[in-house]
Design a protein around this ligand. Structure first.
Ligand code: SF4
Ligand code: SF4
Length: 441
């Protein structure tokens, strides 16, 4: 009676599924096949237009269509297809939050991974500019800029208007875009000096990430303090390099594979020992939870590490449900705007940061689940800075209009762009920092 098999439906009601990315097959790089698939998917998107507000990729596509002679996708020059691709930073929001045509729907639309394929084809053919190579080489840049004295010089240059204008004209990094500060006293060094945790009944492994280690050591230290205060011993991953997300966004999949081969063995050792693994940056967690398993579907080690990775707030809430999270807070937080970053939202873990913050009595959380527009390296590029500002503006307006005591983002990079937009000298902070203060530690 209720069997609807065989019946055509507009949009799928099933949970989205994801196909492995066949990036090691020669056909993945077939330009004619790629153009055909871009044309097919662009045509579906043109007929739908549901994602117009998410980023600048869709407005770019729809403008190309609307300004073409036919006002259809067949009127758009194939040479312009890449203009859409360049505006996609693989946040995955269109796939996870908007698109009714994702698999298992027969139209099989995976817009982000089609963009990834187009980026990979372009990278294989043309390589990357000096700027893009520098911006995505986070380990190399961080290890040089994180050297004592050099860190101070780099930070001073990055804050100097004249130097930034030179940087813009020389390599195309926008003069006004906020750049991360480098800390020679990195998180690994800061954590090495902390006293040994006592009264722990659980243990978690921490993948510091290149950004967490060199650019956000205080956030990492606050995160560790909250974990240890709750009886969770934190074991640092012995050896790590960048998760590869910046190289993924560039389409440089061979380098993603190299990073994976360095990172997986030490992570696997921890997973095999029964530890969950977490990280302070949602994009890096997503890399292990989603992108690497799709890029390397036959690698059993990647699958084991995938199963071990967990969002830090998701982990704390699981502990709370088990009755093992401390709620003896000494102080309040007040009204806080919480920005949920895209790469955390698409992990499908729910609003765990909000739930944790609301455990502190008297806390009011204003949820802002919009893209910040930072997205790794996108916002700092000369040609994208204005688009990133436009994407971030609704978040900035909401914070300014709501008159909050604090604003936080679970992505420190997004936090910096939001802070830059708010522009009143206030600072974005981390939910871990607020929790640490609420615990009185
Ligand atoms: S993945 Fe994100 S940036 Fe890319 S097209 Fe979708 S919403 Fe836009
Ligand atoms: S990605 Fe899906 S929801 Fe978004 S415009 Fe295209 S078809 Fe519509």
């Amino acid at each position: 009676m209720n069997d609807r098999s065989g019946e055509r439906r507009e949009g799928s009601l099933e949970a989205p599924t994801r196909h492995p990315i066949p990036w090691q097959d020669a056909s993945f790089y077939d330009e004619a096949a790629l153009d055909k698939e871009l044309e097919r998917v662009y045509d579906i998107c043109h007929g739908c237009r549901r994602c117009v507000s998410l980023c600048n990729a869709f407005p770019t596509l729809f403008d190309l269509v609307d300004n073409s002679s036919t006002m259809e996708v067949d009127g758009v020059a194939k040479a312009d297809y890449g203009k859409v691709v360049d505006q996609c930073y693989l946040c995955d929001l269109c796939y996870m939050t908007k698109c009714p045509y994702v698999p298992p729907h027969e139209w099989n639309v995976d817009f982000p991974h089609l963009m990834l394929r187009a980026k990979a084809v372009k990278f294989k053919k043309e390589g990357a500019s000096l700027r893009d190579k520098v911006l995505t080489s986070t380990d190399l840049v961080g290890s040089l800029a994180g050297i004592p004295v050099v860190a101070e010089v780099v930070n001073a240059v990055n804050a100097n208007g004249a130097a930034r204008k030179l940087m813009q004209s020389a390599i195309g990094v926008h003069a006004e875009a906020p750049l991360p500060k480098f800390h020679s006293n990195n998180a690994r060094k800061v954590l090495a000096k902390r006293p040994a945790a006592s009264n722990t009944d659980d243990q978690i492994a921490l993948y510091l990430t290149c950004y967490g280690n060199r650019n956000a050591p205080q956030t990492v230290a606050d995160m560790v303090a909250v974990f240890e205060h709750n009886g969770i011993a934190v074991k640092l991953v012995e050896k790590e390099v960048c998760c590869g997300m910046p190289k993924l966004e560039l389409g440089d999949l061979e380098t993603v594979a190299k990073h994976k081969d360095i990172n997986i063995p030490p992570l696997l050792k921890l997973a095999d020992a029964g530890l969950r693994i977490t990280a302070p940056i949602p994009s890096c967690v997503l890399m292990y939870r989603q992108e690497l398993p799709l890029l390397f579907p036959d690698d059993e080690r990647v699958k084991k590490v995938q199963a071990a990775f967990v969002d830090p707030y998701e982990y704390l809430m699981a502990r709370h449900r088990a009755g093992k999270l401390r709620t003896d807070f000494k102080g309040g937080i007040g009204k806080v705007a919480w920005h949920a970053p895209c790469h955390q939202r698409v992990q499908n873990v729910g609003q765990k940061t909000r739930e944790i913050l609301e455990l502190v009595p008297g806390t009011e959380v204003v949820v802002i689940d919009r893209c910040s527009g930072h997205d790794g390296t996108y916002a700092v590029k000369e040609e994208n800075y204005a688009f990133a500002q436009k994407i971030c503006r609704p978040i900035v307006k909401r914070i300014s209009d709501t008159k909050v005591d604090h604003y936080v983002s679970d992505c420190p990079m997004a936090g910096e762009l939001i802070e830059h937009g708010v522009g009143n000298g206030s600072h974005a902070t981390s939910a871990f920092t607020l929790l640490k203060h609420a615990y009185g530690i």
